[in-house]
Design a protein around this ligand. Structure first.
Ligand SMILES: Cc1ncc(COP(=O)(O)O)c(C=O)c1O
Length: 402
């Protein structure tokens, strides 16, 4: 099929929930993608922080093919070897002692919310069900997770929302302290806010949240759906702060593009889930677990995470130089590892659209932030290409304004 035919099918048959660019991608390898006409693109979005190892990484594709030929699915009524091995590896790579598997970030957060409420009910007292989340956060699109999300735009039209959520500004520990009551069971926070516009935690913020939650006896939940699996230059972003949450969620890059999510906790907390308390038909099935196991082993064995800090610093340096050339277009630049946001003083959607014409995929976040989240395997030469294209795009934008 050619691109026009694919666009027409989409238009006719797919629910109109996405504002799609006129682009139909059919093939990928590493940081490159190709459309239906064979045009090549540089991917600096990675499916929004999903394909951390690049597209169709040979080890991940081989693991999926081998598992698909052997056993794709059995119920969680039975033991599943790749799932058990994946859980062990996730625990070795994090603070966790037990893992619950699901299929997406929203489901992982649903599981975290349910576990926190159950912990509240059984440990803190019957009414301790409330969860504190942050303004401009993003936790998913299910009813519980849009309620947890501190952004009105994802909630519009879906009321009544779930009861039991309180919202405070990000980076404000005092506001959390003032909001915790005997009815609170947990604080839920992204270590770096992604959809909110790549907002970094202030120095010491996560550590102070940890201390506060300990003092007040409530759980600390880190949503690492976007920040996890090496994205920020640590396997999980909170590890930069040398602290551990009570519950953590992961998804996105966990399967390098194969859908899988996970909710992780220590035994002290996870023991409040028992048989029948939560479940997912596909959660951690053999195929998804094999994909995630190969992903994590590759990230670990190829030292991918260690390279991220350097590559990220190289990218930020280049962007700062770009800002000097285009001070009227580029505002603040924020980033941790290869999770980078560039505030723009021109409409970001327009810039992303022009980038596409230059065969570069980047994204947007927050109010007007250009989002750059390339595969973690991106080389310096490819970052130079990215910067070169951005220079051409911003020159184009500047000329249009003149
Ligand atoms: C921090 C965070 N949490 C949760 C989600 C939801 O994940 P999913 O789309 O897999 O449900 C996202 C998605 O962007 C996210 O960035």
């Amino acid at each position: 099929m050619n691109s026009e035919e694919i666009f027409a099918l989409t238009e006719n048959y797919i629910a109109p929930t996405y504002n799609r660019f006129p682009l139909a991608l059919v093939k990928g390898e590493g940081v490159k993608l190709w459309d239906a006409e064979g045009n090549e693109y540089l991917d600096c979005l990675a499916g929004i922080a999903v394909c951390n190892l690049g597209h169709c990484h040979p080890q991940v594709s081989a693991a999926i093919a081998a598992q698909a030929a052997q056993l794709m699915h059995v119920s969680n009524l039975y033991h599943i070897e790749p799932q058990a091995r994946l859980a062990k590896l996730l625990c070795e790579l994090s603070f966790a002692e037990k893992v619950f598997f699901c299929n997406s970030g929203a489901e992982a957060n649903e599981a975290a919310i349910k576990l926190a409420r159950r912990y509240g009910h059984e440990v803190l007292g019957e009414g301790a069900k409330r969860i504190i989340t942050m303004h401009h956060s993003f936790h998913g699109r299910t009813m519980a997770t849009i309620t947890a999300t501190g952004q009105k735009k994802v909630q519009t039209g879906y009321q009544p929302l779930l009861d039991g959520f309180d919202y405070v500004p990000f980076n404000d520990v005092e506001a959390v302290a003032a909001t915790i009551t005997e009815k609170t069971c947990a604080v839920l926070v992204e270590p770096v806010q992604g959809e909110g516009g790549v907002i970094l935690p202030a120095a010491g913020y996560l550590n102070r949240l940890r201390e506060l939650c300990d003092e007040r006896g409530v759980l600390l939940i880190f949503d690492e759906v976007q920040t996890g699996i090496g994205r920020t230059g640590a396997f999980f972003a909170h590890q930069h702060s040398a602290i551990a949450p009570d519950i953590m969620t992961a998804a996105k890059a966990l399967g390098n593009g194969f859908p899988i999510g996970a909710m992780l906790a220590g035994d002290r907390v996870m023991c409040h889930f028992g048989p029948g308390s939560h479940a997912s038909t596909f959660g951690g099935n053999p195929l998804a677990s094999a994909a995630a196991l190969a992903t994590l082993e590759t990230v670990r064995d190829q030292g991918i995470v260690d390279k991220v800090a350097k590559t990220g610093a190289f990218l930020i340096d280049g962007l700062q130089r770009l800002k000097q050339s285009f001070p009227e277009i580029i505002g603040e630049i924020r980033g941790l590892g290869l999770m980078v946001g560039v505030d723009l003083q021109v409409p970001v959607a327009e810039v992303v659209g022009i980038c596409l014409k230059h065969r570069l995929l980047v994204g947007s976040a927050g109010d007007n932030t250009l989002r750059i989240t390339p595969p973690l395997i991106i080389e310096k030469a490819e970052i130079e290409t990215l910067l070169q294209i951005l220079t051409e795009v911003l020159t184009d934008v500047k000329n249009r304004q003149a």
